[in-house]
Structure formats: C-alpha cells, structure tokens
Write a protein that binds this ligand. Sequence first.
Ligand SMILES: C[S@@+](CC[C@H](N)C(=O)[O-])C[C@H]1O[C@@H](n2cnc3c(N)ncnc32)[C@H](O)[C@@H]1O
Length: 217
Amino acid sequence: MNAVYPNNHLKDFYGRNFYVTPDVLIPRPETEQLIDMVLNLAGESYLPGVKPSKRKLPEHPRILDVGTGSGCIAITLQLNIPKAEIIATDISESALKIAQKNAIKYGIDPHLFIISDLLENVKFTPDLIVANLPYVDENWDWLDKKALSYEPKIALYAKDSGLELIKKLIKQSNARQIKYLALEADPCQHQDIVDFANENYYHLIETRGFCILLELH
Ligand SMILES: C[S@@+](CC[C@H](N)C(=O)[O-])C[C@H]1O[C@@H](n2cnc3c(N)ncnc32)[C@H](O)[C@@H]1O
C-alpha cells in the first residue's frame, strides 16, 4: 500500500502521467489490474499478445468509477474504451478538483466528475462499477502509518476491518441491480468480501492481485 511521494507531482499510471497533490491518493501499480480486468470484460486487448475474453459488457458500456481520487481509473478507462460512457464520483471536493484537472489534460469533460457519497447523487445506471475505495484497517499490525502520512485519511482508512465502504457499495449496487463490480482490496480481505457479496447475490468471476471482479446472479 505504501507509495513514494513524487517531487514533481506527477505519477505514472497505466502509461500516462497524472497530477497529484496531498488531496489525493497516489495511484498504485496494484490498481492497474482493475484496468486490465475491465478492459478484458469489455473485450479490449490489455496486453500485447494476450487475446481478451469474449466481450461481456455492451458495445457502449456505461461505467461508474466510485472514489475517483486523481481520476486515474476513470480517465484511463475512457481513453482505452472510447465508446464507453464513464462517470466518476468522489466524496472529497478537493480530490474532485484534481480529477477534473487531470480530465481536462486528457481531453475529457470535467463535468463527468461529480461529488457523491458512494451512489447517493448518482442518477446514472452503469453496467459496471469500478471502485478503489478506502480499505485500510488502522489496526493492521504490518501497517507503516508514516509511509501513508502524505495522503488523506479519507482516501485510505475504513471502519469494520477496512470493509465498511466496500460492503455499503455492494448493498447499494444490488439495490440498483448493477451487473458487474470491479473492486480493489487487500488480498487478506478478499474472502470476507466474496462471502458478503454472495449474501447480496454477487458471485466471484476472478481475482487478480488486489482486484476482485463480481457479477450479479
Ligand atoms: C483509495 S482512494 C482511490 C483513488 C483512486 N481511485 C485511485 O485508485 O488511485 C479512495 C477514494 O475514495 C474517496 N472516498 C472515500 N469515501 C468515499 C465515499 N463514501 N464515497 C465516495 N468516495 C469516497 C476518497 O476521497 C478517495 O479519493
């Protein structure tokens, strides 16, 4: 989970540079696998020489990035799946300003980045939600809190062993019958997430590193 703060305020993610400040999480390499998973589901190639699976998402997929931070996930997906309709949210106004700045840099409409507590302000019904929500449990004894001190607490920590927001999102997604969820969490949390997802009618399609892909029954 640790990241070194970039002196030039630019961090590489999936081959592109994103502007970061202390208002946002520094994009992590483990999050890049969320992009691979979603591209694969959209039938898009994500690695030279690796054939993607048969497309499961519609040709013009509607995607929602919850907890967008710097905007790295939403912007990367939009640039790699130009036919997608993508909206991104964050509860932090200061984080959204950074995401909007990155969106403008990459020619994406900054109005697609909206303030919302999880799905509260979202009118859009996506085919897929992608979310790297805060999942760090403050009580993990292997945690290097000093290494995380340059990033906002709201981007890192969650109650209920780190799972509070992920569980809320699964419940809200079920209520809206959203078909796919691509989530990031520490691998030590994956089994608990899958168990909770099963209780809410989502089943596991695959895990890749820190990332989990769930489908509604
Ligand atoms: C782990 S950071 C991820 C940032 C970015 N998506 C990435 O992968 O680098 C989590 C983000 O979720 C946002 N967040 C925290 N609680 C939230 C909530 N209840 N609803 C929406 N966003 C939330 C934080 O402000 C933060 O930007």
